[in-house]
Every structure is written in structure tokens, then in C-alpha cells.
Design a binder for this molecule. Sequence first.
Ligand code: ATP
Ligand code: ATP
Ligand code: CA
Length: 218
Amino acid sequence: MKKQFAVIGLGRFGGSIVKELNELGMEVLAIDVNEEKVNEYASVATHAVMADTTDENTLRSLGIRNFDHVIVAIGDNIQSSILTTLMLVEIGVDHITVKAQNDYHEKVLSKIGAHKVVHPERDMGIRIAHNLVSKNVLDYLELSDEFSIVEIEAGARVDGYTLIDLDLRAKYGCNIMAVKRGEDINVSPAAEDVLKHGDVLIVIGADRDITRMEQDLF
Ligand code: ATP
Ligand code: ATP
Ligand code: CA
């Protein structure tokens, strides 16, 4: 059966989630308190309704309990975001993902029981910063305050070298988890494997060490 999604708040973030879910063939209910936003997404979403989701009866009458996943993408109005999330938790929605505006907002959302809190502006900022430090960094995933996984494109400086030559584990405490080469992906690279310019390395390590490695090698 198709998964049913509901997206509350049709700003840039919520709106792009609605569009992408639609492209992926999912059923998506788009909700906003603002009529213009609702009209804008009427043709994109499976259904679009105007509603204030801080009202519990409104939420229940939408049958929100029956959705597999509800995304709260209310931006600047932190109070509405928190109230809506609290109500969804109380109603017992299975999966609730909420966009946080700042660290305090994030803390409150986690405490009241949001299943997942996302922080797209901060995360994108971190990614872009890494990308500015090194043009070869393609993607970045924060595991904790200290550790991350990065996707780095191998440049000319490492072309023709093996993992033994580079000795990343000893020099930087970083591990290469996988190497992508075109369509191929090697998930257990051997120490003797030779890297090629253009390979994409998936590296895990401490942020400080990754940054050092980025600056030295990529
Ligand atoms: P983004 O940064 O993703 O563009 P934004 O900063 O534009 O988001 P807002 O405009 O603050 O975010 O909020 C997103 C949407 O949430 C708005 O279209 C707003 O009308 C809607 N919204 C705010 N409060 C409620 C509410 N109580 N019920 C439903 N929708 C709401
Ligand atoms: P160590 O003695 O450092 O534990 P090892 O006994 O695992 O190394 P090899 O597997 O032969 O020895 O690897 C030799 C060196 O090659 C490692 O010390 C490491 O620096 C580097 N290396 C091998 N595989 C990887 C990897 N996946 N990611 C990062 N470095 C690697
Ligand atoms: Ca915003």
C-alpha cells in the first residue's frame, strides 16, 4: 500500500517536500493556514486544505491519525510549530518529523516527543562551509558533535596511491568505508586498492581529523 504523508506549513521547505513526495509517487496532504499557499499547492499535492493545525479538533477532523508520516514545516512561528507537534504526539501519529528553527526549538521538539527533528538551514550551512574549505567535499553527514561521514572526491593529489600509501588511519584516524567509481561501489576497500582521480571516497572520522585530511589531501 502507498504511504500516506501530510505536510503542515507550505513555506519553501514544506513546499519542496510536497513537490518531491509527489514526484516520488506518494500520496501527500498539504496543509497551511494561509489560503494562497493552499491554492498554490492544490495541483501538486494529492489534497490541499486550509487549516490551523494548532487546533486539536481541526487536526482530528483531518484524520491526521491515519497518516503514516506527518512533517511539521512551520517556520518562524515557533509557538505554532510546538503546539502542532504536541498535538500530533498526543493524537498518536506514528512518525512525526519537525523542522527546527534554532537549537532551543530543537530541544523542545525532542522533549515533547517529535520522532525526528531536522535543522535544514544549520545543516546546509555546515555542508557549505566544508565545501568552501575543500571543493572536493560532496556531502557531509553529522553523526554527533564530534564525528561525521563525508563524501570526498579524490583529486589528482591522491591519484595512483593505495590506502597503504596514504595511511589515513594512522595519519588522520579516518577510515574509508567505501569507494565509488562511476556506477561501481566498493564497500570494503582493501589496503592495496589504488585510488583514481574522480573516485568518490566515503570517509568516517572525527571532524577535526577530517578537516586536516581535507586540507592536506583534497
Ligand atoms: P521556509 O524557511 O521553509 O520558507 P518559512 O520561513 O517561510 O519557511 P513560515 O512562512 O514561517 O516558514 O511558515 C511556513 C508555513 O507555515 C507558512 O506558509 C505558514 O502559513 C504556515 N503556518 C504557520 N502557522 C501555521 C498553523 N498554525 N497551521 C498551519 N500552517 C501554519
Ligand atoms: P593497522 O596496523 O594500522 O591497524 P592494518 O593492520 O589494518 O593497519 P592494513 O589493513 O594492511 O593494515 O592497512 C594498512 C594501512 O592502510 C592502515 O594502517 C591504514 O592506514 C591504511 N588503510 C587500509 N584500509 C583503509 C581504509 N579503509 N581506510 C583508511 N585507511 C586504510
Ligand atoms: Ca525561514
